[in-house]
Design a protein. Structure first.
Ligand code: C2E
Ligand code: MG
Ligand code: MG
Length: 444
């Protein structure tokens, strides 16, 4: 059997990392090359500038190796952009015979920025790319420059024009090729998802929610996709696409049905009958006018106890039509179904709205939990969320608890429900049942 091929999200990240490696090597190579060239001419200032570029290339390589992709990209962007501008304005000033050519690399940078900043805010993406294009237009249309003794000799610039333009075109070609590949991969993903739903390739894993005394209160149902070629695909690689295409509606309905069926099975096992089950609900799913009716129908059809079902909503869905959201949440509460606010602290949250929402639970996002011990700001945010949640009468759950130190910090700050790898990863039903039994034995 051939090895599974990675999901598009992972492929994208791999391509970005590969691009950063290439950029780092080029920065080191070009920086050192020009440093040697100007060393021979005794231009010490330029040797220092080019040396700095080589060192920053090394920094980009190190950051990429550490998987700090975003920071690596911004270091690369700032270094290469300022070098191109400086080079174009000092060494590569156009004259009547030879045009400027180093600035063509700005186009390569702009395409790379579009690719890497794909998931950033539109504001960030467009302003970075816009700045690059404006600089390109300015350097293409003017003869601006500062005349110094370091101007590259005419004959070197003639061949430089050919080399720079050809290399920049090669870079553009490679990046456009990557972009086209990514677009076709994502439409293939949509087709595969439709087939996957029909072929029952999706399944749920369960991650325990545990109290400070080790009691298991329940679990969160987390969706996975067993793709015939890509292997196991995590929701991060398909939920966005499912949202965009509307496939989240049949998929979400399937998750709800399965979670309720699981609750009924557990209800028949005395040691598991008290467990609650949290289900993630996406914005598009919740916005459906008959969403509450769908939940009610599933509860009736499966016979699940509504008090054991929790729906996890995210802050991002609170932006539009608050009255409708509050109304739906109240109707769900009337059915006995509780709502939890997931990833709290990462999105838009107005405290006025928070007060209005009939919530049962707040989940502190894992990005704050991760650094509670090393970052005083995250510690302060986690503390504030716990105090805020408690004072509004919500249960507060900390997500992404991975170490004993994080758990102890949370307990000291009055948070007593946790979910995270320290206790259990998301696991299949038989392992989850064994986990609950083991926890119960330890408590006795
Ligand atoms: P979420 O609802 O915030 O779920 C928590 C995520 O954190 C899960 O990722 C879980 O595996 C991960 N996690 C839990 N503990 C730890 C930890 O200690 N360390 C680390 N590094 N990660 C931890 P997962 O399963 O990949 O799900 C990602 C997101 O996909 C979920 O975030 C949720 O927003 C979405 N999702 C998952 N299943 C569904 C679903 O059925 N429907 C919808 N609409 N979204 C879903
Ligand atoms: Mg969740
Ligand atoms: Mg979360």
């Amino acid at each position: 059997m051939s090895a599974p091929q990675p999901a598009p999200g992972q492929l994208h990240l791999r391509r970005v990392r590969m691009m950063l490696w290439v950029a780092a090597v080029l920065m080191m190579g070009i920086g050192l090359g020009w440093a040697v060239f100007f060393f021979a001419r005794g231009a010490w200032v330029i040797v220092a500038v080019e040396g700095a570029m080589a060192v920053l290339g090394l920094v980009v390589a190190w950051l990429t190796q550490q998987r700090r992709t975003r920071l690596a990209f911004f270091v690369m962007l700032a270094t290469v952009y300022s070098s191109i501008c400086a080079f174009g304005l000092v060494f590569d000033i156009p004259d009547a015979q030879v045009p400027r050519s180093t600035h063509h690399f700005i186009l390569v940078l702009a395409l790379a920025a579009m690719l890497v900043l794909r998931d950033e805010s539109a504001w960030m993406r467009h302003s970075v790319v816009g700045l690059l294009f404006v600089s390109y237009v300015a350097l293409s249309s003017t003869t601006w420059g500062i005349q110094t003794q370091y101007l590259i000799p005419h004959e070197v610039r003639i061949s430089g024009t050919w080399v720079n333009t050809a290399l920049a075109m090669l870079g553009l070609y490679a990046l456009v090729h990557i972009m086209v590949t990514e677009v076709s991969e994502s439409s293939a993903l949509e087709v595969d998802m439709r087939k996957g739903i029909a072929r029952d390739e999706f399944f749920l894993l369960y991650q325990a929610q545990v109290t400070h005394s080790g009691e298991v209160l329940g679990a969160e149902a987390l969706l996975r996709w067993r793709h015939p070629k890509m292997g196991l695909v995590a929701p991060g690689d398909f939920i966005d696409m499912a949202e965009q295409t509307g496939l989240i509606l049949p998929l979400g309905a399937w998750v709800l049905r399965n979670a309720c069926t699981q609750l009924v099975t557990w209800a028949q096992m005395p040691e598991l009958s008290h467990l609650s089950l949290s289900v993630n609900v996406s914005a598009r799913q919740f916005r459906q006018s008959d969403f509450v009716g769908q939940v009610e129908a599933v509860l009736e059809r499966t016979g699940a106890n509504p008090r054991r079902l929790k729906l996890e909503l995210t802050e991002s869905m609170l932006v539009e039509d608050m009255d409708d959201i509050v109304h739906k949440m109240e109707s769900l509460r009337a059915l006995g179904v509780g709502c939890s606010l997931d990833d709290f602290g990462t999105g838009y949250s107005s405290l006025t709205y928070l007060k209005k929402l009939p919530l049962e639970q707040l989940k502190i996002d894992q990005s704050f939990v991760r650094d509670v011990l090393s970052d005083p700001n995250d510690a302060a945010i986690a503390h504030t969320i716990i105090t805020l949640g408690k004072s509004l009468g919500f249960a507060v759950v900390a997500e992404g608890v991975e170490t004993q130190g994080q758990r102890d910090f949370l307990v000291a700050n009055d948070c007593h429900i946790f979910q995270g790898y320290l206790f259990s990863k998301p696991i299949a039903v038989p392992e989850f049942v064994a986990f609950v039994r083991r926890a119960q034995e330890l408590q006795r």
